[in-house]
Ligand binder design. Structure first.
Ligand SMILES: *Cc1c(COP(=O)(O)O)cnc(C)c1O
Length: 495
């Protein structure tokens, strides 16, 4: 496929009025049988303050109006089910539909969290086994499934670390975080009451053990590392770094968002990591985007198990139980047992892939990223020119000479039918373009993406004009991004 052949956002997709502007007097979208009991006035049954008044402007719509409205919204959306989604650091892999089938099994979908343990054995077994699988994949001793997302896992993990250090009477109040880290890392540490100290990466995009050694002292509770880091590079000094942190009495937290590069190949737990979070909605193929729900289980090493959130699931003579008897637990971080439906999907993914399949997924993810990196480095500046892991980071340095920025490149890609990559992150690369293809994309897709990127680079060389106006094909062109988010105006205006 050439770039021109890629189906873009043109087609039989029309503009429509807002749902509030549609419909007509008396239209209804349901039909109910005649009432066969005496009708009562709601105002006589419910207390006054519980009866809602008429909603002004509420549209009257037929069933077909409603179905078309929501179908249209789904078509206007861009999703991993509709095309390539190379958003770096987000692992937008395809979500196998068998995950959905299993999540809909009535034994999983109709269960109630207040149901007794003996009537929930299947669900508890699933959660118990998921904990075991995640422990094995991450090299950790015990897993809690409660946190609802990666950032929530970070917070939970830091709370566990704090509770552990408090129990030893330690007064450590700082956390070391590399300058390439995701913004949630310092945010989670701060929420936990820690002062964040930034560690600079070296010229190769990696952490120097000397820098860690210098910053590591008796004030430091933990080092928060991401491996592979957000440049898509493996932290080669990880063993030395974790050794230094431990020797000086601190703990190591690993942001596991990039686990898609490592599954079945290397385990953070074997690298000296004490706490690790998993992003089930990234690495383990549960849907994400649009705010969730996700799941961010944490794994910990032995000494930290007593501090995990309650309940944890245990197995006694083939019976699964919820254990609330953890006197040092930090307590609950989420209602019930986390986002259960997401856990079922991740469990299904692990079971269908198997150990070899997971390893293959990571190997292919790394291969795909290196393929894109190798083929695009003739046209785009590659700040750290070495083999990458599951994602690669370019910059707009070359195109900048012609006044083209990373934002322009991202916008232009939309005209080729591609979702833009992550841009301007990580912060340590000026004008970063962060591409994560994942293993679920075939070579034909990667090739047409590469062609599109090259085409944009060639157009950029000829002058900025045509690119500055892009995107031209989607329903809306360039919006004022701040204003569009703060004052969304979804009305269709004829231009
Ligand atoms: C996605 C991500 C997070 C946060 O995870 P959420 O599930 O979005 O809360 C943290 N760190 C890195 C490196 C990430 O990519």
């Amino acid at each position: 496929m050439t770039a021109e052949q890629v189906t873009g956002t043109q087609g039989l997709i029309f503009n429509y009025l807002l749902i509030f502007e549609q419909g007509g007097e008396g239209r209804i979208g349901y039909s109910l049988p005649d009432c066969d009991v005496p009708e009562k006035n709601i105002n006589n049954i419910l207390p006054e303050d519980m009866v809602r008044e008429e909603i002004s402007g509420f549209p009257s719509l037929s069933e077909v109006d409603v179905v078309r409205h929501f179908t249209r919204l789904s078509q206007w959306n861009y999703a991993v089910d509709s095309g390539f989604y190379p958003l770096g650091s987000c692992t937008m892999k395809y979500n196998p539909k068998i995950n959905e089938d299993v999540a809909r099994l009535s034994g999983f979908s109709n269960i109630h969290p207040y149901q007794s343990e003996e009537l929930s054995q299947g669900a508890l077994q699933m959660m118990y086994e998921l904990c075991e699988y995640l422990s094995e994949i991450g090299g950790m001793d015990r897993v809690s499934l409660q946190p609802a997302a990666g950032a929530h896992g970070e917070l939970t993990g830091m709370m566990v670390i704090k509770a552990y250090l408090d129990s030893k009477g330690e007064k450590r109040h700082k956390v070391l975080i590399p300058d390439s880290a995701h913004g949630t890392n310092p945010a989670s540490s701060s929420l936990c009451g820690y002062k964040v100290v930034e560690i600079k990466s070296n010229g190769r995009g990696l952490l120097d053990s000397d820098a860690v050694d210098k910053a590591m002292n008796e004030d430091v509770a933990a080092f928060m590392i991401t491996n592979p880091n957000t440049l898509g590079l493996f932290e080669e000094n990880i063993l030395e770094i974790t050794e230094i942190v431990h020797r000086k009495g601190g703990l190591v937290y690993c942001d596991g968002a990039n686990l898609n590069a490592l599954m079945g190949i290397a385990r953070p737990g074997d690298m000296g990591v004490d706490v690790l979070h998993f992003n089930l909605h990234k690495t383990f193929s549960t849907p994400h985007g649009g705010g969730g729900p996700g799941a961010g289980p944490i794994g910990v090493k032995k000494g930290l198990i007593p501090f995990l959130p309650i309940p944890i699931i245990k197995k006694e003579q083939e019976i699964y139980k919820l254990n609330y008897d953890l006197p040092h637990s930090i307590g609950r971080v989420k209602a019930f047992y986390g986002n259960f439906g997401v856990l079922v999907r991740a469990y299904t993914y692990i079971r269908t892939m198997g150990a070899e399949g997971l390893r293959k997924a990571s190997e292919t993810a790394v291969l795909n990223a290196n393929y894109i990196m190798s083929r695009l480095k003739s046209h785009y500046h590659l700040p750290y020119d070495r083999w990458c892991m599951h994602e690669c980071v370019f910059s707009d340095k070359i195109q900048n000479k012609n006044g083209i920025t990373t934002l322009d490149i991202a916008k232009a890609l939309m005209d080729y039918g591609f979702h833009p990559p992550t841009i301007y992150f990580p912060l340590i690369v000026k004008g970063a373009i962060m591409i994560e293809p994942t293993e679920t994309e075939g070579k034909d897709t990667l090739d047409s993406f590469i062609e599109a990127m090259k085409d944009i680079a060639i157009r950029a060389e000829r002058g900025p004009d045509s690119i500055k106006k892009s995107p031209l094909k989607p329903k809306v062109g360039r919006l004022n991004e701040t204003k569009a988010a703060r004052e969304p105006d979804l009305r269709w205006k004829k231009s």
